[in-house]
Design a protein around this ligand. Structure first.
Ligand code: BGC
Length: 268
C-alpha cells in the first residue's frame, strides 16, 4: 500500500453530514485519515457519508453531538479515543445561518448563530487542545502535536447586510483562531482557518439555484463559477497535512476571488 498524505491520521469533522463538512470528511478519508463524521440531527445522511467512505476503502464512523454543548463535545472526543485511540486533526466546521434584516433579527436568531458558529467552535477546539496535550507529540505520526482547522467564511472580512449574526460570528472566529494560534504554536499545535466563498450547498441554495440568482452571484466572483464543496475539501486536506507544517495562524480563502472587491473592476 502506498502512503497517502494523511495515512495514520485520525480526524474529527463537525457538521459532516452535509455540505462542506461532508466533502471534507470524504476527502480526509480518501487521503488516508480515519474520520469521525459528526452530525447533529441528520443521522441517515451521516451514515450515508460513512457508507460511501467505507465503500471506497476508507475508515469512518458517525457520532451524534451538538457542538454548542460542552458535554457533547467531550462525547465526540471520547468516541475518538475509544475507536481510534486519539485524534490528530479537528475540523471545526459545524455552522448555521439565520438571516434577517437588522431590526427584524430576533435574539434567538442572534444567539443560535453565535452559539453554533463561534461558541461551538471554541468548545470543540478547547477540548481538542486538552486531548492533544494528553496524547503528547509522536514525531512518527506528525511534526505537529495536533492540527485544528476552523471553517470560517469570506464574511470574516466582508461585512454582510442582513446577516449580522453570521458576520459577527465569523469575524470573531478569525480572532479566536489567530489568538489560539499565537498561544498554542509553541506547543506545536497548528491552528488555521479555511474561508469559503459562495459554495454550492444547502445553506445558500437561494443564491445559486435559479439562473437569475446565479447571474447575480457570479458578479461577486471574479473566477466566474460558484464553488463546489470539493474545492474546500482539497484545501482542508492540505492544511491538515504535514505539507503545510509551517502554516500557522493563517486563513486560507478559497473563494474564486470574492474577496477582491469585484465591484471595483469598473469603478473607483
Ligand atoms: C455563506 C453563504 C454565502 C457565502 C458568500 C458563506 O459563508 O454561508 O451563504 O453564499 O458565504 O457570501
Amino acid at each position: 500500500m502506498t502512503d497517502k498524505l494523511l495515512t495514520g491520521q485520525r480526524a474529527l469533522v463537525t457538521g459532516a453530514s452535509s455540505g462542506i463538512g461532508r466533502a471534507v470528511a470524504s476527502a480526509l478519508a480518501d487521503a488516508g485519515a480515519a474520520v469521525l463524521v459528526n452530525y447533529r440531527s441528520s443521522q441517515e445522511d451521516a451514515e450515508q457519508v460513512v457508507r460511501d467512505i467505507n465503500q471506497r476503502g476508507g475508515k469512518a464512523f458517525a457520532v451524534q453531538a451538538d457542538v454548542a454543548s460542552p458535554g457533547n463535545c467531550e462525547k465526540l472526543f471520547g468516541a475518538l479515543e475509544q475507536k481510534l485511540g486519539g485524534v490528530d486533526i479537528v475540523v471545526a466546521n459545524a455552522g448555521v445561518q439565520r438571516d434577517a434584516a437588522f431590526t427584524e433579527m430576533t435574539l434567538d436568531d442572534w444567539h443560535k448563530v453565535i452559539e453554533v458558529n463561534l461558541t461551538g467552535q471554541f468548545i470543540c477546539a478547547q477540548e481538542a487542545v486538552r486531548r492533544f496535550r494528553l496524547q503528547g507529540l509522536d514525531p512518527d505520526r506528525s511534526p505537529a502535536l495536533g492540527k485544528i482547522i476552523f471553517t470560517s467564511s469570506v464574511h470574516q472580512a466582508i461585512p454582510w447586510a442582513g446577516h449580522v449574526n453570521y458576520a459577527t460570528a465569523k469575524g470573531g472566529l478569525k480572532l479566536l483562531m489567530e489568538s489560539m494560534a499565537q498561544e498554542l504554536a509553541p506547543e506545536k499545535i497548528r491552528v488555521n482557518a479555511i474561508a469559503p466563498g459562495a459554495i454550492k450547498t444547502a445553506i445558500n441554495q437561494d443564491a445559486w439555484e435559479t439562473r437569475e440568482a446565479r447571474e447575480k452571484l457570479l458578479k461577486l466572483i471574479p473566477y466566474g463559477r460558484v464553488g463546489e464543496a470539493e474545492d474546500i475539501a482539497k484545501a482542508v486536506v492540505w492544511l491538515a497535512s504535514d505539507e503545510s507544517d509551517y502554516v500557522v495562524g493563517t486563513t486560507l480563502f478559497v473563494d474564486g476571488g470574492m474577496l477582491l472587491y469585484p465591484a471595483f473592476r469598473e469603478g473607483g
